[in-house]
Ligand binder design. Structure first.
Ligand code: BGC
Length: 810
């Protein structure tokens, strides 16, 4: 590779995700997995020059709009990527020109996307086009692209046109649940991108060759400004033109290029919205940030950006010695979580497809609290705090959801966007199926509280609990108290017409997951009240006045929590997922796909399995993971063995939970199998829907499968506990956890585990390993040896059971 090639800026290869050729059918998949971002915004990995299948999207976290689309969308904001090149009057285009080489690398370590394409025109002139782009993590309002163009075997005129394009649409009316794509990949995006959310405010030139574009959203009050510059660094251009079109700005640079001498350019775009500054300041801020960064020079810009990345990785990186592929997949999952969450903005969150695609329109689900949040809590607690504060900032919407449906307190929306109102569509996009979770999947309200406690227990952030957490906990408890129905005959409390995580079954009564979580929410609210009473009386006084909370209400919560109905048979230790579940048809799963995942028994699918015992995704099994220390090992095992063979894993959330629970229940073969599914779900496009965006809950689930599954980490009674088990080919597993402001480094081998507690504190930290008490002294390594006997008692591998689960695709 040439000395000045941009590839030299990349990290070592183990951090790369590569693409080796341009294939129109896969291009939208690559757009998703090559998304770059910094939490404030993300840009899909679309190519710089367009092609027919291209669907470039930049999402700015928190910018939503409704207008005439069927539901509120995370807006596809102006595109800063376009760069078109012409050599000797010939447009060089990935689809129509002769391509000698096309290669891209996502460098996960520093959040950059590198591209190299070599074109040959009809005259035999060869041009090498290289770019390197990133969204700066040190200056979140800055995006940059370095561009190298090398005329390899000719001298002549090269024209570079760079644009900011505000003429963007969102997808709508695309069959969200259809497996069959009825249209050609080459036209589909243009065909379905019909939703307009942006209107033109201005396009103009600012001083110093800078262009400015401002757009507004149509029914939300956002203004979005982009300033941009294009500079050639080592040639004197023969022409430089600026053009302001309607909804588009364009820089043109013409260069008399010399054979073999690379033209080096920099494209910078700065972006601000009225979400973070006042409307009147947007243009100035864009301009100022742009000029400052131009002045700073590439090295400084790039190095400060890299430094933030390195710090982030330093806190979370995982090493799996002996399994580089798994290690790579785990890093890929963490990369996508890191670019999706903004620690600096407590009013935004992470959508189910992050900001990497249009799936679920940027809406936020329980995916955050149960699947992605733990990664942030234990590796980037400041970001976790912001994610939970989003729920605090949307509390008003949650209160209105409760009130508008006749209940008290706060009911969090199943699908949330910018204000906490329920955003779940009532119908599937093709109009064929009624969607009920917006009305019935109420467990989300308790899941939010679960997130609050995960964060609080791991960080000890009392300030957060006092200012924000307690209010969420009380208001959600109020919701449950009003939503639970008293069954006079049995003197118990019930929840009718709900949907549990298993969405195959709608309008069910007493779903175990929902009832148990509601009870837990009420108990936690009563505990929190008691804690405030004993430790923060003044604060309690303010809060009770503000919320008009009386001690009698707390007594009532305690009372009803005791009487919530749970379908459990103490003899078999089996939970019945919901009332009359056992009466449904017990259809047997007997076919598995090439990945070893179930294929629907004939005649059944996502929308008509309600009459069967087929389960969409972990439900009872998920409860035993989410509130792990409330269930003994035997109960976990019995329920896993009952529900696992009936589970379709039709949601991407299912396999990570199964991987973890398979270890808890000693079905270690299944643990590895499910881990692979969750870890490679997007990298290998296992669901065939990665083009719509990353399954971010599976990314979080991947981290949890490693740390809580193989690493066996759980928090029990506010204490860190470990019960690790490693697959045979994993020689060592290294991970780090943030715990009460300090870092715990963990290294697990087959025969021992090492813990190093890095802290400035002088006291000891008590943890538990394989049920043994272990005391960690500050800045000292403690080693725990696994005796074969102890391992056999804790995680005996049930070979017979493992063999029984040997399904194809392993
Ligand atoms: C799953 C939900 C999940 C949602 C978004 C659905 O298919 O069933 O549990 O929250 O996707 O990922």
């Amino acid at each position: 590779m040439e000395k000045n090639s941009l590839v030299n800026l990349l990290s070592p290869k183990e951090w790369w995700v590569e693409e080796h050729e341009f294939e129109i059918d896969n291009i939208n998949y690559y757009e998703t997995i090559f998304t770059i971002g910094n939490g404030y915004l993300c840009t899909r990995g679309s190519l710089e020059g367009t092609h027919t299948a291209s669907f470039p999207e930049t999402f700015i976290n928190g910018v939503f709009d409704h207008n005439d689309s069927s539901i509120v969308h995370m807006v596809n904001t102006p595109d800063w990527i376009p760069v078109h090149i012409y050599a000797n009057n010939e447009r060089l285009c990935i689809q129509n020109s002769k391509v000698l080489e096309h290669y891209r690398v996502l460098d996960m370590r520093q959040g950059t996307l590198y591209r190299r394409t070599r074109f040959e025109d009809p005259e035999g002139n060869i041009t090498c086009f290289e770019t390197l782009r990133y969204a700066s993590f040190s200056e979140q309002h800055l995006c940059e692209m370095r561009i190298n163009i090398t005329p390899e075997n000719y001298s002549g005129e090269v024209v570079i046109k760079s644009e900011i394009d505000g003429h963007q649409f969102n997808l709508d009316r695309i069959p969200a649940y259809g497996n069959i794509r009825t249209f050609d990949p080459e036209v589909k995006w243009k065909k379905w991108a019909k939703s307009k959310h942006l209107a033109h405010i201005t396009t103009k030139s600012l001083e110093k060759d800078t262009l400015y574009l401002e757009m507004k959203t149509l029914d939300r009050p956002h203004r979005i400004g982009y300033a941009s510059a294009l500079n050639v660094l080592n040639y004197k251009p023969t022409t430089k033109r600026l053009m302001n079109d309607y909804e588009r700005t364009q820089h043109t640079i013409v260069v008399d290029a010399k054979k073999g001498k690379t033209i080096e350019l920099e494209k910078l775009a700065t972006i601000y919205t009225s979400r973070e500054i006042s409307r009147n300041e947007i243009q100035n801020s864009c301009h100022k940030t742009l000029q400052e960064n131009l002045k700073a020079g590439f090295e400084k810009r790039f190095n400060t950006h890299k430094k933030v990345w390195i710090n982030k990785w330093d806190k979370c990186d995982i090493q799996i010695v002996g399994d580089p592929k798994a290690n790579h997949a785990v890093r890929f999952s963490m990369y996508h979580m890191l670019i999706a969450a903004n620690e600096n903005d407590p009013t935004v969150n992470v959508g189910a497809k992050s900001m990497s695609g249009e799936g679920y329109k940027g809406h936020i689900f329980w995916d955050t609290e149960i699947f992605t949040l733990p990664f942030f809590v234990y590796t980037q607690p400041e970001t976790a705090r912001s994610l939970i504060l989003y729920r605090y900032h949307t509390l008003r919407g949650a209160r209105e959801n409760a009130e508008s449906t006749g209940y008290k307190g706060a009911r969090y929306p199943w699908e949330s966007a910018d204000d906490g109102h329920e955003e779940t569509p009532k119908w599937s996009a093709d109009g064929q199926n009624r969607i009920w979770p917006g009305e019935e999947e109420i467990h989300i309200t308790a899941d939010v509280v679960q997130g609050v406690f995960t964060y609080y227990i791991a960080t000890g952030d009392t300030d957060f609990m006092l200012k924000f957490g307690a209010e969420i906990i009380f208001e959600t408890a109020r919701f449950w108290a009003s939503r639970l129905e008293h069954n006079e005959e049995h003197d118990r409390y019930e929840l009718s017409s709900v949907i549990g995580p298993d969405e195959f079954h709608e309008h069910v009564n007493n779903n175990v997951f929902t009832n148990w979580m509601a009870r837990w929410n009420l108990q936690k609210a009563a505990e929190t009240y008691h804690w405030l009473q004993s430790n923060h009386r003044d604060h309690l006084t303010i809060l009770t006045e503000q919320l008009d909370l009386k001690p009698s209400e707390i007594d009532h919560w305690r009372e009803i929590a005791k009487k919530i109905y749970v379908l459990f048979d103490p003899e078999t230790k089996l939970f019945e997922e919901f009332e009359n579940y056992y009466k449904l048809r017990d259809v047997t799963i007997s076919n598995w796909d090439e990945h070893g995942l179930p294929i629907y028994p004939e005649g059944y699918g996502d929308f008509n399995s309600g009459g069967t015992m087929l389960v969409k995704q972990a439900d009872v099994v998920a409860l035993m993971y989410v509130l792990s220390d409330e269930f003994d090992d035997e109960t976990k095992k019995v329920n896993f063995e009952f529900y696992e063979p009936r589970t379709m894993h039709s949601s991407s959330l299912s396999t990570s939970v199964h991987s973890i629970m398979a270890i808890d229940t000693r079905c270690v073969k299944r643990a590895i199998h499910y881990f692979h599914h969750t870890a490679f779900i997007d990298l290998h496009d296992r669901k065939g829907s990665t083009e719509d965006g990353i399954h971010i809950a599976a990314s979080g689930g991947t981290w949890q499968s490693v740390v809580a599954g193989f690493g066996g980490m759980r928090v029990k009674n506010r204490k860190l506990t470990f019960k690790p088990w490693l697959p045979t080919n994993w020689e060592e597993l290294h991970f780090k956890l943030q715990w009460h402001g300090d870092e715990l480094k963990v290294c697990i081998r087959h025969e021992e585990a090492e813990f190093y507690w890095e802290t400035e504190k002088t006291d000891e930290l008590a943890i538990e390993v394989m049920h043994n008490h272990l005391v960690l002294r500050p800045n000292t390594t403690a080693t725990f040896k696994f005796t074969p006997e102890a391992r056999e008692i804790e995680i005996p591998v049930d070979e017979e059971k493992a063999a029984e689960f040997d399904k194809p695709g392993e």
